[in-house]
Design a protein around this ligand. Structure first.
Ligand SMILES: [Cu+2]
Length: 497
């Protein structure tokens, strides 16, 4: 059993990593050696790494048959995120059923115990710990990268990332699009459970039947100076860009649903990019929470050798100490946004609101008229906005997102576009998806946070106000994806903070 020694915890940093994170093999780069560089999957360096990656994924998938239940097999790594059935049965029942199936009922072998600790532990989906989204996935990707290095026998392996916020990189990298019958080398990276146009090499935003504005995949979350809370960087990145890429890439039996997402080899390149956005936000001045209890929290994983490890969140906040770097880091769209300014209200004040509880989200185009909140005196929206004073930020907040089962449903949101019918993207807010809402709300399980998705609209609102907005705000919702899972939203608010 691998635990951090007290000495390592006190020493922290690279010394702590030497005992815990890097234990067992010593083949990974130490902090003193040059970092492994993670490159874009569309670059020459990234493509070289994809060759190594494809070979290792193939081996791990073979281990699903040969050594079923081995911690370094493909299925074990996938199930660590979540597993089929967890949306309907809840994670605990689904996990136990899968353990019985893989190891036999009542099995007490170490790998069965490990599966009990690790499977369906994706954060924050199986907790209320929204702030753990980034560190949990950083650990998950970091150990997975070590497993690929060890399985392939290529210690210098660095996982490539998928740079989909670059408009020229919004196609799935070609290595992932060819079945084994066509391409024995890269075939292990192919999955059928994607939107058909994605595997045809068309853009995930504008291919096939979808017409998302290019801004649907954006780095707006990086403008947020706070890490925590429903309007913080971590949550905005998770419910925005991260969820959209899941829904735009896979269907409800693949990347589009939490239960099956990590079974698609592109998952890891997606989360590598999410990790890169976090590193870029830190580089631009974004501060992680400074909470000793948060930093002390541990999760269970296996390292490159398949041994149990229990990294602390505090161990993974600095990528240099983990021995890797990115070839390029993204920057916030508004570079000045992270300079310390007025402290924000944590929750915000609702300026306009609408219930969506009885609205069918299956229509092609839904017009939502927001109204004055019952407790507000001013009848004019602009007057209520003025009452907030200067320097407020405005957000569109969707509350009570829930689904009955797996879905890749997602909705493009436009502000004050009621009378437009064409392709005018000037009113576009963002894309709201249901990734991560499985098992919440009306189909929910105890102890899960209500799901929200918020998008900042300060500048958009100012621009539209200049055009003479003199009425309550209006939203237009344009759904896409399959309508399985009965997606629902309780309400939408326009919030100032
Ligand atoms: Cu994800």
């Amino acid at each position: 059993m691998m635990e951090f020694s007290r000495r390592a915890v006190i020493a922290g940093g690279a010394a702590g990593l030497g005992v815990g994170l890097l234990s067992g093999g010593g083949h990974r780069a130490r902090a003193a050696t040059p970092p492994r560089v993670r490159s874009s999957a569309h670059s020459k360096e990234g493509k070289e790494m994809l060759g190594i990656y494809a070979g290792a994924v193939k081996t791990m998938m073979e281990w699903d048959q040969k050594w079923k239940g081995d911690p370094r097999s493909w299925q074990f790594q996938w199930y660590t995120h979540s597993l089929p059935g967890a949306d309907k049965l809840g994670p605990d029942v689904a996990r136990q059923q899968a353990i019985n199936e893989v190891y036999g009922a009542g099995a007490t072998v170490p790998h069965a115990i490990l599966a009990g600790e690790m499977w369906a532990t994706c954060q924050p989906h199986y907790s209320t710990r929204n702030d753990d989204f980034l560190p949990w996935h950083r650990m998950y990707v970091w150990y997975f990268e070590a497993i690929i290095a060890s399985v392939s026998g290529e210690p210098a392996f660095a996982l490539p990332y998928w740079d989909y916020t670059n408009p020229d990189a919004q196609t799935l990298p070609e290595e992932f699009r060819r079945p084994s019958s066509v391409d024995p080398k890269f075939g292990a990276l192919f999955r059928e459970t994607r939107n058909s146009w994605v595997n045809l090499g068309q853009s995930i935003t504008t291919g096939g039947t979808v017409k998302h504005p290019p801004a649907a995949l954006n780095l707006n979350s990086m403008n947020e100076p706070d890490y925590s809370g429903n309007y913080g960087f971590c949550k905005l990145l998770e419910s925005g860009l991260h969820g959209s890429v899941h829904d735009f890439t896979g269907n409800e039996t693949g990347m589009g649903a939490v239960t099956t997402a990590a079974g698609d080899p592109i998952f890891w390149l997606h989360h590598c990019n999410v990790d890169r956005v976090w590193a870029g936000w830190n580089k631009a001045g974004g501060q992680n929470p400074s909470d000793p209890a948060w930093e002390a929290r541990t999760y269970v994983f296996v390292n490159g050798e398949g041994d149990r490890v229990t990294p602390r969140i505090g161990d993974v906040l600095d990528i240099a100490s983990l021995g890797y770097a990115y070839d390029v880091l993204p920057v916030p769209p508004k570079p000045q946004s992270l300079v310390a300014g007025t402290p924000r209200r944590l929750t915000g004040i609702t300026l306009a609101t609408a219930s969506l509880a009885t609205t069918s989200l299956n229509d092609t185009r839904i017009i939502v008229n927001l109204d004055r909140p019952a407790d507000s005196k001013n009848t004019s929206f602009m007057e209520r906005l003025k009452d907030m004073g200067s320097g407020v930020k405005l957000y569109v907040s969707f509350r009570g997102l829930s689904v009955h089962g797996a879905t890749d449903a997602n909705i493009d949101v436009y502000l004050n576009k009621r009378y437009d019918t064409g392709t005018d993207d000037a009113h576009f807010v963002d894309n709201v998806g249901f990734f991560g809402t499985e098992g919440h709300g009306h189909a929910g399980h105890e102890g899960m946070a209500e799901q929200e998705a918020s998008f900042e609209v300060t500048e958009l609102m100012a621009t539209l106000a200049q055009l003479g907005l003199n009425e309550e705000p209006t939203l237009v919702l344009v759904p896409s994806g399959t309508d399985t899972g009965d997606p629902r939203i309780e309400s939408v608010d326009l919030v100032a903070r």
